[in-house]
Unconditional design. Structure first.
Length: 332
């Protein structure tokens, strides 16, 4: 598996913050600037997942040392605790909002298994909106475990090209950027998720170390894409982000050395709690009359608490990063 790639932690953190700001701006409209391309950070999540799963688990999956069932157990154990807390907040919001308790219980139970429940309106994950992307990520993980881990590079390249053109076709038909948060677009977004995941796998398989992209170019590229993206037409920006900028960002971030490991690890620890809980927390904040600054503060506070209570215990946290670095320096 090799050493931890702290630059990818930083990239995940920036992506989560971009989605967070995107939703804050959509709900409150009081954030300076134009953040309408923040949702594209989810595509980066898919690609990072494909890259990391290929790097971390693919050899064991291909050899049979790790069964698909055991792999999916590991994935659920990784994703479930924080998401479950977000779902509990979301279910409480819906009960307080007067929704049918029986339907809320059903939606909550399905969400606990990362399954859609379009029982109230066009949202497949009414309890916790980001569940749509986690559903697709887990679906891609299953496909990876049972089939993709065993295919050759040529077949992977063909599948990636087919998925990319399918995504372009879906975007042309839909006519605008959308997420899986509407039932009407839920199935087309499967192509979006799969193309991103396959791109991440292909980046790993086809010798990413051979490409000279500096880490700061990668991180700067992401920030500039979020700023400049709204000025560009969607038909141009979306494919460019997915198929050109995403490989640049992942390759560059993966090359980051350990000099800024603590900061990168902190961003990585924050990324999933923020992504998996920010929507129900902000819904709660709005229900009690908080404006954007209060909602943002509450969401970041809940995410920080989950970092302390769950994420740091799972990964060892910043202290573990520092001890690992100290060990490497002592050995050199």
């Amino acid at each position: 598996m090799g050493k931890r790639l702290y630059g990818l932690d930083a990239l995940r953190g920036l992506a989560a913050l971009a989605v967070f700001i995107f939703h804050l701006d959509a709900w409150f409209g009081t954030i300076p600037g134009n953040w309408t391309r923040g949702g594209m950070a989810v595509d980066l999540f898919f690609a990072i997942s494909g890259f990391v799963m290929a790097r971390t688990f693919e050899p064991r999956l291909a050899s049979g040392d790790l069964s698909p069932v055991r792999f999916m157990v590991l994935r659920y154990r990784r994703l479930w605790p924080v998401f479950a807390i977000g779902c509990a907040i979301g279910a409480a919001n819906m009960l307080a909002g007067g929704f049918d308790p029986a339907l809320v219980i059903i939606a909550f139970a399905l969400a606990m298994a990362f399954l859609p429940a379009p029982l109230f309106d066009e949202r497949p994950f009414p309890i916790n909106g980001p569940g749509w992307s986690l559903f697709y990520e887990l679906a891609a993980n299953i496909l990876h475990a049972v089939a993709l881990a065993r295919i050759g590079n040529r077949a992977l390249l063909c599948l990636t090209i087919i998925a990319a053109f399918s995504y372009l076709a879906a975007t042309a038909v839909i006519g605008h950027e959308t997420g899986g948060t509407d039932v009407a677009y839920f199935l087309p977004m499967a192509v979006r998720a799969l193309s991103g995941y396959l791109i991440g796998m292909a980046i790993f398989r086809f010798g990413w170390q051979e490409f000279q992209v500096t880490p700061w170019v990668a991180l700067t590229t992401f920030v500039l894409a979020m700023i400049v993206g709204p000025m560009l037409p969607i038909w141009f920006f979306n494919p460019a982000f997915c198929f050109i900028l995403t490989p640049v960002m992942i390759i560059g971030a993966a090359r980051m050395d350990s000099k800024h490991a603590s900061l990168c690890a902190a961003l990585g620890l924050l990324s999933y709690p923020l992504y998996a809980t920010h929507r129900p927390v902000i819904d709660f904040a709005r229900s009690i009359g908080l404006e954007m600054p209060g909602a943002a503060t509450l969401s970041l506070t809940v995410s920080a608490l989950l970092v302390i209570l769950i994420e740091q215990r799972r990964s060892g946290g910043i202290k573990t990063v520092k001890s690992r670095l100290a060990g490497r320096q002592g050995a050199s």
